[in-house]
Design a binder for this molecule. Structure first.
Ligand SMILES: *[C@@H]1O[C@H](CO)[C@@H](O)[C@H](O)[C@H]1NC(C)=O
Length: 359
């Protein structure tokens, strides 16, 4: 474990400093030598559970997480028989995560009704935090202080209704999992349809959150909708070196019926997504590349809807490839198949990398 940590650190330091002194083929060789082409993880036990507080929440799902000044801020969906809402909590150490008080966001101006699958990020040009979520449309609320959960504004939406291309492609799917990432000029809004399509809209940074364009298909799988299902995350990458500047993760349903994550990279947010680790045999995160920490029984076979922990707070969503941690939802595989979807007992767990395998 310690050896791997040292190797990772050394590798990352070497590749970061490689740029100026190395030229031409030496640089290319050095960079090629450091492409991550497979991932291996160690999982914690379930870390956060629903509380016995009379709310009858069956599951915590879809976490979005950011670390600011030593505090982890988590936004998640709460699932219960009558539907979905959002919860916020914070902690400074994962061992104390389950003790964090829950602030249910129906207690804020976000209000009651269907809200799910949050994404939180700081939009530096406006000095505002944005919470992006689904409410039947693609919605957002803003707040100058991430630590003041009562301070979120009432929902507004990015679109006037379900865009035509999504209606046309939906065929029994659901329009879900909105995600915003910005580059220097534009902000991009991704979403999925549980039917094999990843969509992207954009607006100029100076116009955000207004004037979102009509969505286009950013990636699709017309043969197998389960291979490109939902929960897309897009990040800018720093540290190490990678085939692209951006990393795309999408949740799939595997041939074993369990959830897992595939990955792609691209040089541009609106560019072509090239496979990185995108198969069941070589996934981003799946039961076959996740081991459990010593003493932790394998409590889930699904590695489902989650997020890389961000430590940089701006709208570029930049993550350090040398320091990936992934907060995800998992579920006891012994859960009866007859359990209604909204009552499935999802809990939150944490993946940390074990052996970085490099080209
Ligand atoms: C943590 O959450 C509580 C609400 O449960 C909030 O009052 C507090 O300000 C938050 N702490 C930080 C450091 O943001």
């Amino acid at each position: 474990m310690r050896l791997f940590t040292l190797l990772t650190a050394a590798f990352c330091a070497a590749s970061v400093t490689a740029s100026p002194p190395f030229r031409g083929s030496a640089l290319a060789a050095r960079q090629k030598a450091s492409l991550p082409h497979s991932f291996q993880w160690s999982s914690s036990a379930p870390l956060v559970f629903p509380k016995e507080d009379g709310r009858d929440v069956a599951a915590l799902k879809d976490p979005s997480i950011i670390e600011v000044g030593g505090t982890y801020h988590v936004f998640a969906s709460t699932a219960r028989a009558d539907g979905y809402h959002l919860v916020y909590f914070n902690f400074t150490d994962f061992s104390k995560a389950n003790a964090a008080p829950f602030f249910y966001l129906d207690q804020s101006p976000i209000g009651e009704g269907y809200r799910a699958a949050p994404q939180v990020f700081y939009f530096a040009p406006q000095k505002l935090w944005y919470l992006v979520y689904q409410n039947g449309n693609a919605a957002y609320s803003t707040n100058p202080d991430i630590g003041n959960p009562a301070g979120w504004t009432a929902p507004k939406t990015f679109y006037t209704g379900t865009p035509a291309i999504i209606q046309d492609n939906l065929e029994g799917g659901y329009w879900v999992d909105m995600w915003v990432i910005c580059d220097k000029k534009d902000c991009h809004l991704f979403s999925s349809d549980d039917n094999g399509h990843l969509y992207r809209s954009q607006t100029r940074l100076v116009d955000f959150p207004n004037k979102m364009s009509k969505p286009v298909v950013a990636l699709e799988d017309t043969d197998n909708k389960y291979a490109l299902y939902e929960a897309a995350c897009v990040y800018a990458i720093r540290g190490g070196s990678c085939p692209g500047k951006y990393l795309l993760l999408i949740e799939a349903i595997g041939s074993d019926g369990q959830r897992y994550f595939r990955s792609w990279t691209s040089n541009k947010i609106d560019g072509k997504w090239k496979p990185l680790a995108d198969t069941e045999a070589n996934p981003f995160a799946r039961s076959n590349n996740v081991v459990f920490e010593r003493g932790v029984s394998p409590w889930t076979k699904s590695i489902s809807h989650g997020e890389v922990i961000r430590t940089l707070t701006d709208q570029t969503l930049t993550i350090d490839l040398c320091n990936l941690r992934f907060l995800y939802q998992g579920m006891d595989p012994a859960t009866p198949g007859s359990t209604p979807y909204n009552s499935l007992p999802w809990r939150l767990g944490l993946l940390t990398p074990t052996k970085p395998k490099l080209y």
